[in-house]
Design a binder for this molecule. Structure first.
Ligand code: DGY
Length: 337
């Protein structure tokens, strides 16, 4: 097949996914994993019809200004706070993301962080590796907080929140949640979950998981005032986005024992991590890997590639990308072509 479209892939991707793309289009794939500046993004995007980009690539009006060629930008993530969707729509550029394929894997990881932080897994391992386990150990050493049977709070009850909640049944944990809109009763029933106001959630949850998307309104949704409402025995888990938690305020609450522990996969300004969080033994920290299982990262890459190809008119979904964020932009192109 003669290829008439070119695409840019902003970070290294699974070879089989790149090979799949290359059956249809010219592929320019980066071999180094790094953040691109606005100027670099502008230059790269000016030369292609479509792009697969990562969360660290900020695609805003400035980056696409005057770009007459680009038709689709496919995000390698379900969250898309790196996209200025209205600007993309105004430019007639379709934006897509990778929903659903990561729900269960991400939910698993939220539980991994909750259990690790509650039961002090990381600090115990650091202590053991440092050679401190020589003689006996006091019976009252390494005491954590229980998870089973406690009340789980979930802030943000989309598909990942629901997958987390379903697992809570197995731990005998009632679930309280807060979301802008209440879920249908059947879903609440499946998730053993009850809607409450945010302040009630913070006060009543024995452990709290954050699963809400980032937006300007959600910036520091958990700050000093919210942390002050939480139980001192609570574990806070953030698998959502950096900026939802005021990391400086959290570090103070953790240091002062006003929150027992935290499991954090995302950070304000990542890859930088607030220095005070790094110092704390009661914070389990990981580098934004909640969706990183081999199967799920492959599925995300495949979906990002399929969305891109479909938007350019190739593959089984040609003309019907599976997860468009701004189908109205797609309408513009369909009308033009
Ligand atoms: C997402 O998909 O939004 C995750 O945060 C990236 O793994």
């Amino acid at each position: 097949m003669s290829k008439s479209h070119s695409v840019w892939v902003s970070r290294p991707l699974f070879p089989e996914v790149l090979a799949h793309l290359a059956q249809y289009v010219h592929v320019h794939a980066e071999t180094e994993d790094r953040k691109h500046s606005s100027a670099e993004l502008r230059e790269k995007l000016a030369a292609v019809d479509g792009a697969i980009v990562a969360l660290s690539d900020r695609i805003d009006g400035n980056v696409i200004a005057g770009n007459q060629r680009l038709r689709v930008v496919s995000n390698l993530a379900v969250g898309y706070n790196n996209f200025d969707v209205p600007a993309l729509t105004a430019a007639g550029i379709l934006a897509t993301n990778t929903p659903d394929v990561l729900n269960e894997t991400t939910a698993d990881y939220a539980w991994a962080l909750l259990l690790a932080a509650a039961r002090r897994v990381s600090s115990a391992e650091r202590w053991l590796r440092a050679g401190h386990w020589r003689g006996g150990m006091r019976f009252d050493d390494w005491l954590g907080v229980d998870v089973h049977g406690k009340t789980l709070g979930i802030l943000g009850m989309g598909r990942i929140g629901q997958a987390i909640a379903r697992r809570a049944c197995g731990f005998g944990m009632p679930v309280l949640y807060h979301n802008r809109s209440r879920l249908p009763q059947t879903v609440e029933h499946d998730c053993c979950a009850t809607w409450v106001e945010k302040s009630e959630l913070l006060k009543r949850a024995d452990h709290l998981m954050l699963v809400l998307p980032y937006s300007a309104q959600n910036h520091h949704a958990i700050g000093a005032a919210e942390l002050a409402l939480m139980k001192s025995t609570a574990v806070l888990v953030n698998i959502a986005r950096g900026g939802i938690v005021d990391d400086a305020a959290l570090a103070v609450a953790l240091r002062e024992g006003r929150v027992a522990a935290a499991g954090l996969d995302v950070f304000e300004g990542e890859p930088a991590v607030h220095p005070a969080l790094r110092e704390l033994d009661n914070a389990v920290l990981s580098p934004h890997i909640a969706s990183a299982s081999a199967d799920t990262r492959r599925a995300m890459a495949q979906l990002a590639a399929d969305n891109l190809l479909a938007a350019l008119g190739y593959g089984p979904d040609a003309g019907h990308p599976r997860s468009p964020l701004n189908p109205e932009a797609w309408g513009k192109h369909a009308a033009e072509t």
